[in-house]
Design a protein around this ligand. Structure first.
Ligand code: HSE
Length: 405
């Protein structure tokens, strides 16, 4: 029997218990042993819930119990999660987590402790909800030099943008809906400001490129400034707006990474990733393009990924599963050197003035119900060049959204 302890009985923790109970027989078969939930840790009481029988309030009970083989951390946040996870690993217990904040900040340290002790620290559920993208990067795409990872990595904002675009629903209403469905973070600022997607692209990039990308170095912009008028322009252009988290290798050892809303066209494989779904596009030098798609948030999809890690750890109780992630820092290029195209909305100016600032722009669009303004898409240029050129239109710019080619 393999005893596990689940830290946190919130949305994901209760999902983990449900998944293990629902698929008990097949999970045990795949793990090669019986998975037994010996403890669930939570400060709260759950009267009438079957979890009562294994509920504890004191972490010392778990960390000091030599019968516990695997600790499942689904509390979220940095502390006390970091202390609990570190102590579990130091006590020789494998750990799996859905906690992207913890992995993005302390991943290298925790992986190193696991490596030293021939146990595991796994985090499949930290990125892409139920999509097995981490396993794919660690064990499937190992023949490739990966040069791009671009994803819709936050289910909450994807749900919100989709509803805003298809139903014209206001921002606050769709945010409340996403919270009600258990998609959003405890503090939804992490979703709407892009911080959650930022941590996820830091994790995926570190695995893809084999170096530690510090999430604090990533340029991050959320969706709070996206308005129904932006959505209307997107439709007029035959495009849509998605919050993308992207990183690319440019040349031999030069990288950029960013999180921002992007206009994307119908030919993009990410265009049809709607609702709470996540999609992750990976480009490898020999593979070419690959897309991973699935449920990006919510109780059971996330719990499915956590339990898959439990099974993997049960199968490798005293053998470390290597990852490509090292603590060697991944340096990012200056954002001013990153190239792209830009969709800009302006008012109180003319297409001629835009042309004299940018050269001939690719497209001018206007909306019937907004006669005082128009939008245009620039040619490809660095962000530095864009800043320089747009300065001559100062006072007329309403908004800018990047365009993903
Ligand atoms: N709040 C996150 C999201 C949960 O919406 O994607 C899954 O990581």
């Amino acid at each position: 029997m393999i005893n596990i302890a689940v830290l946190g009985y919130g949305t994901v923790g209760s999902g983990v218990v449900e998944v293990i109970n629902t698929n008990h027989a097949s999970i045990n078969k795949r793990a090669g042993d019986e998975i037994n939930i010996k403890y669930v840790l939570d400060l709260r009481e759950f009267p009438g819930d079957p979890v009562e029988k294994v509920l504890v309030h004191d972490y010392e009970v778990i960390v000091n119990d030599p019968e516990v083989d695997i600790v499942v951390e689904v509390m979220g946040g940095i502390e006390p999660a970091h202390t609990f996870v570190k102590r579990a690993l130091e006590a020789g217990k494998s750990v799996c987590t859905s906690n992207k904040a913890l992995v993005a900040k302390h991943g290298p340290e925790l992986m190193e402790i696991a490596r030293e002790r021939s146990i595991n620290f796994l985090f499949e559920a930290s990125c892409g909800g139920g999509i097995p993208i981490i396993r794919a990067l660690n064990s499937s795409l190992t023949a490739d030099e990966i040069d791009e990872v671009t994803g819709i990595l936050n289910g909450t904002t994807n749900y919100m943008l989709y509803k805003m675009s298809t139903e014209g629903s206001p921002f606050d209403t769709v945010l409340k809906e996403a919270q009600g469905m258990g998609y959003a973070e405890a503090d939804p600022t992490a979703d709407v400001e892009g911080y959650d997607a930022c941590r996820k692209i830091a994790i995926l990039s570190s695995l893809a490129y084999g170096k530690f990308l510090n999430y604090e170095d990533i340029y991050t912009e959320g969706i709070t400034k996206i308005t129904p008028i932006d959505m209307a322009y997107a439709k007029e252009l035959g495009m849509t707006i998605k919050l993308l988290a992207t990183s690319r290798k440019i040349g031999d050892d030069s990288f950029y990474a960013m999180v921002a809303p992007f206009l994307i066209g119908k030919t993009s494989p990410l265009y049809s990733v709607n609702d709470v779904f996540n999609g992750i596009f990976v480009h490898g030098n020999v593979l070419g393009d690959a897309m991973f798609y699935g449920s990006g948030a919510g109780k059971l999809p996330t719990a499915s990924a956590v339990v898959a890690d439990v099974v993997d750890e049960a199968k490798h109780l005293h053998r470390n599963i290597m990852t490509n992630w090292t603590s060697h820092p991944l340096k990012l290029m200056e954002m001013s050197d990153v190239e792209g195209r830009f969709f800009v909305r302006v008012k109180d100016t003319t297409p001629d003035k835009v042309d004299s600032a940018f050269g001939k722009v690719q497209m001018i669009v206007s909306l019937e119900n907004c006669p005082e303004e128009f939008g245009f898409i620039t040619n490809n240029m660095t962000q530095g060049e864009y800043q320089e050129k747009i300065s001559s239109l100062e006072g007329t710019v309403l908004s800018m959204i990047r365009v993903k080619d």
